[in-house]
Design a protein around this ligand. Structure first.
Ligand code: M6R
Length: 608
């Protein structure tokens, strides 16, 4: 993770560095730092914790401007999130910020220590600074010295580097982590982790390729590939949606974002579904009949979106659908070939494991589709087909509206593929599509449970553990509910398939164990109802999320029930996501945790 920015304009850069870091804070907020150079002097400020701490420190100490500067927001990998481990690191003449993990850092560090290096931090980044500094003593040509030193690294990195005394030279390098170059709209050159970070200054973006180096001055830039050959890379005109760092009337981004769900789902559906005639139109030439399998790979909340889609796609296409977490999939040597339709689901489009899985699938000849929210992301550029979600920028680390949009796209895709393969007929497809068109209204109605959820959240905020249960598509929603709660309240929660409970976890049930049971009135309702009775018999503290009619029956058993709007089985995962999001949110608010930037997390996980 971590976000990096570098600016060379010859004018004042501090304001620009800070505005970019604000746009990069989603990549980590363990510490932040900047460094500038002017008149032979290097100025560095670093602070542990969020960017606001750095801003305060700069205000207290006074700004020292420069015509060149680099900045960093950190998600700690090597070394605690202290000021001493915060970037930029300075080693002799080398000033460096880094995103990624250097895998051979321990050997390199031992070697450097044996040769008398003085290490100031516990980071792998400092090792890179030493390697470059040593090489600069042997090779006075900065370009070749930097390339030789960086050539010794294994692992993943994106780097921004300045060399003392070189006030018109900004260096960037990437391998395994994204790095872009921006040609200033007005002046100068920029390097950053993504196009969003450069959006205040540049619409002309170059996506560096694996192993590329860039040497930029305020007037010019030169890019070398990993073989050291001077290369030309395409310049892309990018209009990045300006990140409205505005919570509207809400206390937290999370609340703003989940209340946007009816709108963003509408917007996403409108891209794939013609509301006039309920016809699905997927803009990707997927000849489904040539595939014998569908594989969906992703991480975290996106994995739960994929898990919901498994039920839909199997039902609609009668094809085998595999779903896996990317961190496991990529190292399993899975059987993949031209008969596989491989789908990656990702909000950011940058998640390291999901990206690696996508590349593996491409390499093995599968047809690849990326369902992504960030249109300028690496996955958007690398997949054979892109099916965008239109959630808009999601600021809160805990994903809500992106998930809803992911399942919206996966629902339309299921209908389109089912119809194309002939497992569902045109009438069935139209009925399913017209069902989807009801979503914005139904999601909106689902928010009516907020007062009851708020009350429940009060009780949940006092517990240490809880369980979420569901069957069929409610099983992934149970896991998503547990993940949301864990992420922002730090309460231990697990999501289980309701029928699996009796195979072990039922041993946990007593009157102190709260359970949320997601039980829409669908074809497995009666099965879930039996599970509810089994838990009730053992004294579990049950709240059932279900329909009005079923809620009445449940209350007659002396159990708590919260009634959601009636909907088809197909739409249930959308509607039942709302109460679990609300529960996590209101519990966190009761507990006073940091809802939008929970501890230890980052929005975009670009390390494996
Ligand atoms: O950007 P991606 O969708 O690939 O991210 C995957 C996960 O890191 C992400 O969903 C994470 O689990 C969220 N914090 C969940 O709220």
């Amino acid at each position: 993770m971590c976000g990096i920015i570098g600016i060379v304009t010859g004018h004042t850069v501090v304001t620009g560095l800070i505005s970019s870091l604000k746009l990069l804070e989603y990549r980590g907020y363990d510490s932040a730092g900047i460094a500038t150079m002017q008149d032979g002097q290097v100025w560095r400020e670093r602070a542990a914790g969020k960017l606001a701490n750095l801003e305060k420190k700069i205000k207290d100490d006074g700004v020292r401007e420069g015509g060149i500067g680099i900045g960093h927001t950190r998600w700690a990998t090597h070394g605690a999130p202290t000021e001493g481990n915060a970037h930029p690191h300075i080693v002799d003449n080398v000033i460096i910020v880094h995103n990624g993990i250097i895998e051979n850092y321990a050997e390199l560090r031992d070697e450097l220590l044996e040769n008398g290096a003085n290490m100031q931090s516990e980071t792998d980044t400092e090792v890179i600074g030493h390697l470059i500094s040593q090489q600069l003593k042997i090779d006075k040509n900065i370009e070749t010295a930097v390339q030789t030193a960086i050539g010794k690294l294994t692992g993943a990195f994106a780097l921004a580097i300045m060399i003392k005394g070189e006030e018109n030279l900004l260096i960037g390098a990437r391998k395994g982590c994204p790095l872009v170059v921006g040609i200033g709209d007005v002046e100068g050159h920029y390097i950053g982790s993504d196009a969003l970070a450069l959006s205040p200054f540049s619409r002309q973006i170059i996506y560096l390729e694996e192993g590329d180096f860039v040497f930029a001055s305020k007037e010019d830039y030169r890019i070398f590939d990993q073989a050291g050959t001077l290369v030309t890379r395409d310049i892309n005109h990018v209009e990045v949606q300006s990140a409205t760092m505005d919570k509207g009337n809400h206390k937290h981004y999370m609340a703003k974002e989940f209340f946007e769900q009816p709108d963003v789902v509408q917007h996403t559906l409108a891209h794939y579904l013609n509301m006039d005639d309920n016809q699905i139109n997927i803009d990707a030439n997927l000849d489904i009949k040539k595939f014998d399998r569908i594989i969906i790979v992703s991480c975290g909340t996106s994995y739960y979106a994929a898990s919901v889609a498994k039920y839909w796609l199997e039902e609609a296409t009668n094809m085998s659908v595999e779903v896996d977490v990317a961190s496991e999939y990529r190292y399993r040597n899975p059987p993949l070939n031209a008969k596989c339709l491989f789908i990656v689901v990702s909000q950011s489009g940058e998640t390291a494991d999901s990206l690696a899985a996508l590349r593996l699938a491409k390499h093995k000849g599968a047809t690849t589709v990326a369902i992504v929210n960030v249109s300028t992301s690496t996955m958007s550029r690398e997949a054979d087909f892109v099916l965008p979600t239109f959630a808009g920028i999601e600021v809160c680390v805990a994903s809500t509206k992106a998930f809803m949009c992911q399942i919206s796209v996966l629902a339309t895709l299921s209908i389109a593929l089912g119809k194309a393969i002939g497992h569902i007929n045109a009438d069935q497809a139209t009925t399913m599509a017209s069902d989807l068109a009801q979503l914005p209204r139904l999601i909106n109605d689902a928010f009516m449970v907020e007062p009851e959820i708020k009350e429940l959240a009060h009780d949940i905020s006092k517990v240490e553990h809880m369980l979420f249960l569901g069957r069929n598509t409610s099983f992934p929603i149970a896991m998503e509910g547990a993940l949301k709660l864990k992420e922002i309240t730090y309460i231990h929660a697990e999501g289980y398939a309701a029928g699996e409970l009796k195979h072990g976890p039922i041993a946990l049930i007593d009157e102190k164990m709260p359970l949320i049971i997601i039980a829409p009135d669908n074809e497995v309702y009666e099965k879930t109802r039996s599970n509810i009775e089994e838990i009730a018999a053992r004294g579990g503290d049950i709240t059932v999320l279900t329909t009005q009619k079923r809620a009445k029956e449940i209350r007659k058993l002396g159990l708590k029930a919260i009634a959601l709007p009636d909907c088809s089985s197909f739409l249930a995962p959308f509607i039942y996501t709302v109460p679990v999001q609300l529960l996590a949110y209101h519990t966190a608010v009761h507990m006073g945790t940091d809802v939008d930037q929970p501890r230890n997390l980052a929005k975009s996980v670009t390390v494996e």
